[in-house]
Design a protein around this ligand. Structure first.
Ligand SMILES: NC(=O)c1ccc[n+]([C@@H]2O[C@H](COP(=O)([O-])OP(=O)(O)OC[C@H]3O[C@@H](n4cnc5c(N)ncnc54)[C@H](O)[C@@H]3O)[C@@H](O)[C@H]2O)c1
Length: 350
């Protein structure tokens, strides 16, 4: 069995994470790195990699089959294209690029050089997300009409290039692409409108909070919200179907499902006056009309991404993260920025 050799461009937090913990495959091994920062090249050597003094030298090496692009976001396009023009296959970190125009240039380079090109959309393998997918696929909630996906913290945006606009900083690029990719991978149908509100609460340069609404042609309205000033957090997932509601509280995947039983509601003659005051409509249901269910069990396989890459390189599989899927996510990101700029709902068919 051939072992594919990888080289990492940008040996920072994520570059090192690919090397040390994400890549579990026997058929794929990282052997080298290049980073513009000398200290990071030294760390790569300490971690057992060969460090190249320049990107050009690394791309010229015959010993490297695949390049991982893990530099800051604004460099992705140029590094990926240079690598593909040197005949290397490419894994690009997310966000693949800063906009769809850049992405098209990258996909063209992949086609012209007949190399494999994919994006590390690793959060497709997150347990919380897999649970939501399973509940959806099993029909436990009935026909979905609302999906809310949130990731929140309270420390502001990390004090790195992530605060810089010219580096492609901001939370839509950083986390939005993950959560949008998850929704598009789960929900069938086309997106018919995009609306996004951005906030700049801790600085003025890049978005540190946003709320993105996507409406689908099947009637599902999806909300993606990222916050960095949330001292109390809303649930990671809140998913509503006509038969039930699921909630996942946080990354530890606690939560549950309430499903309705096929029992007629008895509407009172007198308006009930409970703790919530007088209301018929919003009184809680009787316990006899609902079921409390556990969230479905899932087995998450973190080796999926690299195992798939090897299978693709061996001509035995389609990509786990496909070009059309990458294009769709980028298009949504483009429209979200446009919506934020214009303060308008953008109609579309994506
Ligand atoms: N998929 C995920 O879950 C995930 C998680 C974190 C980061 N990321 C992505 O990984 C990429 C890197 O993020 P990070 O958190 O590791 O950032 P980081 O700042 O920790 O590391 C970036 C590294 O790139 C180096 N660098 C900068 N410009 C370079 C260039 N032109 N050529 C070579 N090296 C260069 C820097 O010196 C630094 O060591 C980003 O695109 C980010 O969005 C993905």
């Amino acid at each position: 069995m051939k072992t594919y050799h990888g080289g990492i461009i940008g040996y920072g937090g994520m570059g090192a994470a690919h090397h040390k913990s994400i890549n579990q495959s026997q058929a794929f091994k990282y052997v080298a790195a290049f980073d513009t920062n000398e200290a990071r090249r030294k760390t790569a050597i300490d971690n057992g990699l060969k460090a190249y003094a320049s990107q050009e030298q690394m791309l010229a090496s015959k010993d490297i089959d695949v390049i991982l692009v893990a530099a800051p976001n604004n460099f992705h396009k140029d590094i990926a294209i240079a690598a593909m023009n040197a005949g290397k296959h490419v894994i690009c970190e997310k966000p693949v690029a800063l906009n769809s125009e850049e992405l098209e240039e990258m996909l063209k380079a992949a086609d012209e050089n007949h190399v494999v090109f994919t994006v590390h959309q690793n959060r497709r393998l997150d347990k919380d997300y897999q649970i939501v997918c399973k509940a959806y696929q099993e029909g436990t909630l009935g026909e979905l009409f609302r999906v809310e996906s949130r990731a929140q913290g309270s420390r502001g945006i990390a004090d790195t290039w992530r605060r810089r606009k010219d580096y492609g900083g901001g939370m839509l690029y950083d986390w939005g692409v993950h959560l949008v990719d998850q929704l598009l991978w789960m929900i069938p149908g086309s997106i018919t409108s995009v609306y996004c509100e951005f906030q700049y609460l801790t600085q003025n340069e890049v978005d540190d909070n946003f709320r993105l609404t996507l409406n689908f042609d099947n009637g599902i309205s999806a909300l993606v919200e990222i916050g960095t000033q949330n001292f109390l957090m809303l649930p990671r997932w809140y998913v509503c179907g006509k038969k039930g509601t699921a909630q996942i509280d946080y990354w530890d995947c606690n939560g549950g499902i309430i499903q309705k039983r096929d029992v007629e509601i008895k509407w009172e003659d007198e308006i009930p006056n409970s703790i919530m005051g007088p209301s018929r409509t919003l009184q809680p249901r009787g316990e006899d009309t609902i079921r409390h269910l556990s969230l479905p069990q899932v087995n998450v396989d973190n080796t999926t991404f690299y195992n798939n890459l090897v299978d693709v390189l061996n001509g035995q599989s389609e990509l786990f993260v496909k070009h059309e899927e990458i294009r769709r996510v980028m298009k949504v990101i483009d429209l979200a920025f446009e919506s934020g700029r214009k303060k308008e709902i953008i109609k579309c068919r994506i």
